[in-house]
Ligand binder design. Structure first.
Ligand code: SF4
Length: 480
């Protein structure tokens, strides 16, 4: 049995993934998605760029050694007291870690001598995240990996410094206190041991993140075969409580007596009458295969309708495209857009969009997520853009996902994302593999090959089709 830092990282995303990675049949594993591939490459590129900033600082580079070779060499180098090791391997019993850097520090001694080593990861993101209205929080999955290395190092050298560090995408050092994560980590670690050892399998929890996972096909097959509750929208992790209460399948949920699960003996935590009744309805819809549209929704009034979609690249913290369809004087729906041809154009493009909104009169902006608002707010704060234009946009925005699809309809699918819903009503994208994650991959290809017009066209066509899909969904509701 071998437990790695990646297992701890994956645990924060999906427990079943930890089990499958260690115990699954490799033949059932799918291809790595282009988006994940891109993240790996970006991670590697970030490391290379950081190492280049070290200038004359010498470091031992073990990246080309296998795990076993690097483990032996790392111990030798630590005993010699070298200043810095890149891609060293540390191991203790079944724990194996490969921190990006092992940095020699002389402010405390260890088994090695009057110095010790600290593990540091180089990340293609930032550790501390500002959350709307809440205190900044350090990313749990980053913290878990570093704590894992620290545990191994504590065994090897008999010491660990009190605080921990990463190097972020801006090549700045970020510090956090591992003590704040230890209780959570200890519980996670116990479960990871069980999952890697095969004593616990967990179960698939179908969600939107599954599309990027190499086990998607296998898990999808499993939930369909078991008619698992996660086939229903908004069930997710709640499925474990549902199953404990005896609601094992979609059919069980469709037939449940809601009142029974409101009584103390069978009460399902955090599930009231409305949630259970809605879930029951969704289960019936899933079994029938026919969506239901409920009464009561109203669309805002406005002379001009715009279907608007932003493309962001969270890996670069960048907004690169504002696309929209709008009716011209002849009644045709025309696509237009503001595109940051390179990441340096983000501010220019944001200002162009701000000018556009400032001149839009009596307009309704239809979107399909709360993301547009969040991105525009971030841009406003970043570039000191006119807040009255932002307020005007927010006043005129209608979120088809939150305010219409989720509230006023039920669909026979576990995700109400635009791809699922629009496909169910017969809409199709021109691209054979449309997704926001792929758009980010294409944008990164575009940056590297700015003269390749086909890549640019693919990004724009995909974004245009997202806008047209929104209109198709709104038209569907109007018809029903
Ligand atoms: S497909 Fe989803 S449920 Fe299955 S292992 Fe991957 S993330 Fe987990």
């Amino acid at each position: 049995m071998r437990i790695t830092a990646q297992d701890l990282y994956n645990y924060t995303k999906c427990k079943h993934r930890v089990y499958l990675d260690a115990n699954g049949n490799p033949a059932e594993r799918g291809e790595v998605s282009p988006f994940i591939q891109m993240l790996w490459e970006m991670g590697l590129q970030t490391e290379i760029e950081y190492l280049q900033t070290l200038g004359d600082v010498e470091f031992e580079n073990l990246e080309n050694l296998s795990l076993d070779q690097a483990a032996g060499r790392t111990i030798d180098l630590m005993q010699q007291g070298v200043h810095l090791i890149y891609q060293g391997v540390i191991q203790s019993n079944e724990l194996v870690g490969r921190p990006d850097l092992l940095l020699k520090r002389t402010d405390a001694g260890s088994h090695f001598g009057d110095y010790h080593y600290e593990p540091i990861d180089i990340k293609a993101g930032r550790g501390w995240q500002q959350q709307d209205g809440k205190r900044a929080k350090f990313k749990t999955h980053y913290a878990f990996q570093i704590i894992f290395y620290r545990i191994i190092l504590a065994e090897l050298q008999g010491y660990c410094p009190p605080l921990a560090h990463i190097i972020n995408t801006d090549k700045q050092i970020e510090e956090f206190d591992p003590a704040n994560f230890m209780a959570e980590f200890d519980n996670a670690f116990k479960e990871v041991e069980q999952l890697v050892g095969g004593d616990d399998t967990s179960e698939p929890v179908l969600g939107s993140a599954c599309h990027q996972c190499a086990w998607y096909r296998k898990c999808r097959h499993w939930v369909e075969r078991h008619q698992d509750p996660t086939l229903l929208f908004f069930v997710g992790q709640n499925k474990f409580q549902l199953k404990q209460a005896g609601l094992e399948t979609v059919a069980d949920i469709a037939e449940m007596d809601v009142a029974k699960y409101l009584r103390p003996a069978n009460k399902i935590p955090r599930m009231g009458e409305i949630s259970l009744a809605r879930m029951k309805q969704r289960a019936k819809v899933a079994l029938s295969g026919e969506p239901i549209v409920h009464h009561g929704f109203e669309f805002p009034t406005g002379n001009v309708e715009i279907y608007f979609d932003i493309e962001d690249d969270p890996t670069r913290d960048l907004t690169y495209l504002y696309g929209m369809i709008e009716q011209d004087g002849y009644g045709d729906w025309r696509y237009h857009y503001f595109l940051a041809e390179s990441p340096d154009d983000e501010e220019k493009t944001a200002r162009e969009f701000w000018d556009y909104v400032s001149q839009a009169n009596d307009t309704v902006f239809y979107v399909y997520s709360p993301k547009e608002r969040t991105s525009l707010r971030r841009l406003m704060e970043r570039y000191d853009l006119d807040p009255t234009v932002y307020d005007r946009y927010v006043e005129r925005e209608y979120d088809l996902y939150t305010d219409l699809v989720v509230k006023y309809s039920d669909w026979p699918t576990y995700t109400y994302g635009i791809k699922s819903i629009a496909k169910l009503i017969g809409f199709s994208w021109r691209d054979p593999d449309p997704s926001g994650a792929n758009s980010i991959v294409w944008y990164n290809e575009h940056i590297q090959n700015p003269l390749r017009k086909d890549i640019l066209r693919r990004i724009l066509e995909y974004n245009e089709d997202d806008c047209r899909a929104m209109k198709a969904i709104k038209d569907y509701f109007e018809r029903h």
